[in-house]
Design a protein around this ligand. Structure first.
Ligand SMILES: NC(=O)c1ccc[n+]([C@@H]2O[C@H](COP(=O)([O-])OP(=O)(O)OC[C@H]3O[C@@H](n4cnc5c(N)ncnc54)[C@H](OP(=O)(O)O)[C@@H]3O)[C@@H](O)[C@H]2O)c1
Length: 249
């Protein structure tokens, strides 16, 4: 048998690392939604843009003779993960989800856990400026009506601010603690609003908030799709290369 044909649903550091680690041992295609104008270079083939829902993805899996599907998308990218589960079932292609480990709460953390961006916005009146919003563009509308607040946003692509009046910091992760300390200091960050994304690449902001006693409004993760999952790049690579392997739930 030739090298396995692996489709990685990515747009994340984990997706990039799996593609890199598989190297020449598999025929790898990484799929990106196409949201970022200049995505970082990836090992193997890259395709960009939606598939057209479950049906489109199931068709793609068949047409491209994909042997295995790895869902390494962001923990908050719930729709594509649901589509991946259903399409893999329809096309009878084994699927593995890569679950990013959640951050651990530590002494000194002041987390206020909420269900969604609207609830995060409702929590703000009692919390100090400036408010550092590390959220996706789709979450920002919830903060648009809060006049008189100072917001700081971090984005990859330049362009008009998606939240009127917000100060924009252009940067691409991973972010280290020294850089996050500087950002909190320079912008006088008094509150951090973040999704409970977890993972090492963006954990430094949580440590910076802890050090400064800054409260963190933490938006809970959507529930993961049922089915096999692993929590490391190494385990995903082993699954991709092992014809008998499977993830653990
Ligand atoms: N959510 C975040 O905060 C976040 C952060 C970092 C990276 N990302 C990455 O950005 C992408 C989009 O996130 P989202 O929250 O907008 O996702 P989403 O709401 O779950 O997906 C919306 C639609 O975008 C398309 N799509 C999403 N991921 C795709 C992929 N990897 N390849 C091809 N099409 C994809 C699919 O369109 P069709 O139905 O037409 O196939 C999907 O139905 C994801 O790949 C995710 O890993 C997201």
């Amino acid at each position: 048998m030739g090298r396995p044909r692996i489709l990685i649903l990515g747009g994340t550091g984990e997706g990039a690392a799996i593609a890199r680690a598989l190297g020449g041992r598999a025929e790898v295609t990484s799929s990106l939604a196409g949201r970022t104008k200049r995505p970082a270079a990836l090992a193997g083939e890259v395709r960009s843009g939606g598939f057209g829902g479950v049906e489109g993805l199931a068709r793609y899996l068949g047409e491209q003779r994909i042997d295995r599907l790895i869902d390494a998308t962001h923990p908050f990218a719930a729709r594509i993960s649901a589509n991946a589960r259903e399409a893999a079932e329809r096309a009878d292609v084994p699927r593995l989800a890569v679950e990013r480990p959640m951050w651990r709460r530590q002494p000194g953390d002041r987390w206020i856990c909420v269900a969604d961006a609207a609830a995060a916005a409702r929590a703000l009146p009692d919390l100090p400026d400036a408010v550092f919003l590390t959220l996706g563009p789709g979450d920002l509308d919830a903060f648009a009506g809060l006049g008189g607040r100072r917001f700081v946003l971090r984005r990859i692509d330049p362009g008009p601010s998606p939240l009127a009046g917000a100060e924009v910091v252009l940067a691409r992760g991973p972010f280290d603690l020294a850089g996050e300390r500087r950002l909190f200091e320079d912008y006088g960050v008094g509150t951090l609003v973040t999704r409970a994304s977890g993972g090492a690449a963006t954990e430094a902001k949580i440590a910076a908030a802890r050090e400064r006693g800054v409260p963190v409004v933490m938006i809970r993760r959507p529930p993961a799709e049922p089915g096999p999952r692993v929590s490391s790049v190494e385990a995903a690579v082993a699954w991709a290369l092992n014809s008998a392997g499977s993830g653990s739930s």
